[in-house]
Design a protein. Sequence first.
Length: 236
Amino acid sequence: MTEPVRLSKRLAQLLPCSRREAELYIEGGWVRVNGEVVEEPHFRVTDETVELMPGAKAEPLPPATLLFHQPADVEPDAVPALLSPQSHWGEDPHVTRILKRHFARLTEALPLQAGASGLSVWSQDPRVLRKLRDDADRLEQEYVVEVSGRLAPDGLARLQHGLSVDGRALAPAKVSWQSENRLRFALKAPRPGQIRAMCAQVGLRVLAMKRIRIGRLPMAKLPLGQWRYLGVAEKF
């Protein structure tokens, strides 16, 4: 029986190539061990069959950004466990090879209003996270809000401008009726709980909320509980 060695060492010997190139091939999902893809360079092998897949490239992996249609009853801390190959949207137009590394060290940007469902952003890319943080005051977020109750006579105008939360005046917002019991809110940098507080001040109770757009990026047809990749050309 041969002594177990790291997969990266075995691959470097087989090709041959540098240890770093071997690690990049493995991390990129280009290496099979006994027919199964292994993405961990430290994986131990003995006499297993190790093969490099056709078209393999020894390139650093770009960080991934995932767009998730988040259910309303899921706490943010529980979301990473829901992001997996099994919950990937089968009609994702931005086809990327799904790798285990895409689900590591994900950070949420622009959290949803508490109790809301809809579009959420989870990213490994510091450039994406920085842009969403720095541009939060300029990026419009659109919510569809189901309500009950009787709107105050001047309620719609007040929702659009004139309300305050915790003693701080709110910036103007675009608010309109989408249907008999649904309002459309388009607002920038909403504070936690802001939409519920706004509705309460004009006689309405929020029954459900869904975020359907961030900036120029709509949730569109992404099914509930599924995710897709942010495309290279897509911009918030």
